[in-house]
Design a protein around this ligand. Structure first.
Ligand code: GLU
Length: 511
């Protein structure tokens, strides 16, 4: 690349961040870092009516959680600030005026009411070549009339004058050559009556001023591209324009249409990166973070929605993604969202993550379930024992509660069906031995020895070892799950194991 790569993520702060948005961040970030470039976060808050307090902080927190730190942003600063468009208001006026002077834009004085009437009168009304002469603007009015209206400070907007017959073309890094017939595009507002630019003007001016070299954004912005290309041509020259890539959508699990927040609610999975509460409606939307996803897994699964390295490999660290990412390998087609697969990624990452690092992440879930952890080293050990069975961080609660306290709601029915006096005798003997050995320092309490001891005690009794082991497991953990039984005995220790056996024996009857 000739100049330093500079990419941007340019969200409007209107609410929580959809996973499609985070994937846009990720692909921008990976591309920038792969080319030793900069990743910029720019807040596009020019539409004050859609502004939601807290949304900018949420975006920053999400990037921080994912480890996708911007080089420049409203929070990090940088040489091309301010990074909030509302703070750049004065910058855009001159560009809008320049477009007017050069005949590429015009003043439009139509009132909201006049526009409303026009919309009623003409179905699918578009403010464009077909109707602009019927409206009140600096093309339809005389120079004198326009001068008077401006003099009287009649409110106006500035609209782009879309050319009559022009094919607007550009090369998209994912889609190849894209071409639009300009006559299908309406004369978009560039500057509003309050002096704020619209997104169309601001995005082009800022991409230019911030020296953006590549602009990757969601496919939903493709219809706006012709307006942006024309503005680039009129204001700065197409040779200065960033290279575009419109990223494929993340689709509903059924594959028809863009994955929406409502799909998550309907099917019971998160669609936002983190929990979000709308400050106006108080409506809550769940997030991947609070559902117990690790950020490494979240980033990994997003990368695989639309990209691969050409092999079957699916697990990547962020560093590996940076090294291997190439926009050529981003697919054109949308990627279906699969929550089971998302959980699989998380399970893989739980296995990969050190138990010491998982402990502080698991602890809050245990706290919330009123499970007391007395010793950190014990927690770390327990995590190692059960992690294989955990897809999400809250799974550690159900998978490990019995390590910290005797199980509640024991599945005695599963023991009872095959219970008899031989088993009753065996477990009575076992609990007595455990009580006794608990006092004896020399008794080796390791897994292997405990197993041998158990088998020894079972020898010569007319009972199947498998049945004994299953009953024992249920006594210790409450159900038919968990790691090796003797590992559990070793962890909870003999005295506790003896107590759990006794509790269970008192619940079982031999008749
Ligand atoms: N402000 C747009 C958004 O909310 C940015 C689109 C673009 O990247 O050009 O996503």
């Amino acid at each position: 690349m000739d100049s330093k790569v500079r990419v941007r993520f340019a969200p409007s702060p209107t609410g929580g961040l959809h996973i499609g948005g985070v994937r846009t961040v990720l692909f921008n970030y990976l591309f920038a870092k792969h080319h030793q470039g900069d990743f910029i976060l720019r807040i596009e808050d020019t539409d004050q009516s859609r502004f939601v307090p807290g949304a900018e902080q949420y975006i920053l927190d999400t990037l921080n959680w994912c480890g996708l730190t911007p080089n420049e942003s409203p929070a990090h600063g940088g040489a091309y600030g301010p990074y909030r468009q509302s703070e750049r208001k004065a910058i855009y006026q001159d560009y809008a005026k320049k477009l007017i002077q050069e005949g590429h834009a015009y003043y439009a004085f139509d009132t909201a009411q006049a526009l409303e009437e026009k919309r009623k009168e003409i179905p699918n009304f578009q403010y464009s070549r077909a109707h602009r002469m019927e409206m009140k603007n600096s093309i339809s009015l005389s120079e004198k009339e326009v001068a008077e209206l401006l003099d009287q400070q009649i409110p106006y907007v500035i609209r782009i004058k879309i050319p009559d017959a022009e094919q607007v073309q550009f090369v998209d890094m994912i889609r190849g050559e894209v071409s639009f017939d300009a006559s299908t595009v309406d004369d978009k507002v560039l500057l509003k009556a309050d002096g704020m630019p619209t997104y169309h003007l601001a995005v082009v001016v800022d991409d230019y001023l911030m020296k953006i070299t590549h602009a990757f954004r969601g496919e939903e912005w493709l219809p706006s591209a012709p307006v942006h290309i024309l503005l680039w041509k009129y204001l700065f020259g197409l040779d200065k324009m960033p290279q575009w890539a419109h990223l494929p959508l993340i689709l509903k699990p059924e594959g028809n249409g863009k994955l929406s927040k409502r799909d998550g609610e309907r099917l019971g999975f998160p669609v936002f990166a983190m929990d979000w509460q709308d400050p106006k409606t108080q409506e809550k939307t769940i997030g991947f973070r609070e559902r117990g996803f690790l950020p490494e897994a979240f980033v990994n699964l997003l990368a695989m929605m639309g990209w691969n390295n050409g092999t079957e490999q699916e697990i990547f660290t962020l560093d590996a993604l940076i090294t291997q990412f190439s926009i050529d390998r981003v697919h054109k087609a949308g990627a279906k969202f699969d929550y089971e697969k998302a959980k699989w990624f998380n399970q893989q990452w739980i296995q990969k993550t050190d138990n010491e690092l998982l402990a502080p992440l698991v602890k809050p879930y245990l706290d919330a379930a009123n499970i007391e952890v007395h010793e950190w080293a014990y927690l770390v050990k327990v995590i190692g024992a059960v992690k294989e069975r955990c897809h999400l961080l809250p799974d550690f609660v159900s998978q490990s509660a019995f390590y910290f306290k005797a199980p509640e709601g024991i599945d005695t029915a599963s023991i009872q069906s095959k219970w008899n006096s031989d088993k009753q005798d065996f477990f009575t003997a076992l609990s007595n031995e455990y009580e006794k050995f608990a006092q004896v320092a020399e008794f080796p309490k390791d897994t292997l020895n405990l197993e041998n001891h158990f088998k020894q005690l079972a020898t010569d009794r007319p009972i199947k070892l498998g049945e004994l082991l299953l009953a024992f497991r249920i006594m210790l953990v409450g159900g038919k799950f968990g790691p090796g039984v003797f590992d559990i005995v070793e962890a909870i220790e003999l005295k506790d194991a003896a107590q759990r056996i006794r509790t269970c024996l008192s619940l079982l009857s031999t008749n």
